[in-house]
Design a protein around this ligand. Structure first.
Ligand code: 2HA
Ligand code: ZN
Length: 285
């Protein structure tokens, strides 16, 4: 697809501000959610993505005028003053490329995270994803562990979801199974995968539980629902979920068949040494 280059506000030819749809971070967001949809991870309004931006990245494209103030329903003082490009509630990833200004919004948090100031987008009167608490609380926790973290991504990949119906939800067991399915899994997610039991989505409760799990891993599975990933950019976070989902796909192909070969912990240790990664403490023998 091609991204319309000069449709940011309909009259860019007469304004000194370059169209926000040409911002590299906007282009990347639109491409990423389109790719997620194309992978089948985001049926209907499923999934949500938030991207933390620096003021310097945003300033070139918006004049700072606040279009609306939207209460968030939670407090998150760590993120006060921070900017996020985020997908909208009820919006379809399928449609983002055709109407970014309706399906995405750019917000700045104020009041200790209790208010989101809308700077661009949600043009039909909409607002940020119902999973905004899980996203913001996860950003706050990941930033403590990794100051480079910029992305929180949620989606519903079929094989990871299927796995939560037939595999133990024990985090170590779940992680080890995924590591054993593709050689490079342990290199891509040496911290493993944390798992939450079913909790009502769209609530501060699941947001707090997700953020707590984000302290020790960049992937958090929501049983019977989907997965959360976090990372330093959209490409890397997409790749993280893609790798876990590939492993789950292999598992769902072989789980019902007699197992003849498997990856050993000794092989995992070789991978650790060769790629310079450290597997989650206590997860390998
Ligand atoms: O509707 O995926 O978890 C968006 C979601 C909620
Ligand atoms: Zn979901």
């Amino acid at each position: 697809f091609t991204i319309p280059l000069f449709t940011g506000n309909g009259c860019n030819d007469f304004l000194p501000i370059p169209g926000i749809l040409t911002a590299p971070w906007m282009v990347e967001m639109i491409r990423t959610v389109t790719n997620m949809y194309d992978h089948g991870w985001d049926e209907r309004n499923g999934g949500n993505v938030s991207l933390l931006l620096e003021e310097s990245q945003v300033n070139d494209y918006v004049d700072g005028a606040v279009l609306r103030e939207i209460p968030t329903g939670f407090s998150c003082p760590e993120l006060d003053g921070k900017y996020f490009l985020v997908t909208g509630t009820g919006k379809y990833f399928k449609n983002v490329q055709y109407a970014p200004e309706i399906n995405l919004g750019l917000v700045r948090l104020t009041d200790g995270g209790e208010t989101a100031q809308l700077l661009w987008g949600f043009a039909d009167g909409g607002k940020f994803t119902s999973e905004f608490p899980a996203h913001m609380m996860s950003h706050a926790e990941r930033l403590k562990v990794d100051p480079q973290n910029r992305v929180v991504m949620h989606c519903h990949p079929a094989n990871l979801l299927a796995m939560t119906y037939v595999h133990s939800l024990d985090e170590k067991a779940f992680t080890r199974t995924l590591w054993q399915m593709c050689t490079e899994c342990i290199v891509v997610f040496p911290d493993g995968v944390n798992v939450l039991p079913w909790i009502l989505c769209g609530t501060n409760e699941i947001g707090e539980a997700t953020a707590e799990k984000m302290r020790t891993a960049r992937l958090v599975v929501w049983a019977q629902h989907g997965i959360y990933g976090a990372g330093k950019d959209l490409d890397e976070t997409f790749g993280l979920i893609e790798t876990a989902e590939k492993a789950a796909e292999i598992y769902m192909k072989i789980a019902h068949l007699p197992l003849v070969n498997t990856s050993t912990d000794e092989q995992m240790h070789q991978l650790e040494a060769h790629f310079g990664v450290k597997a989650r403490e206590g997860y390998l023998s």
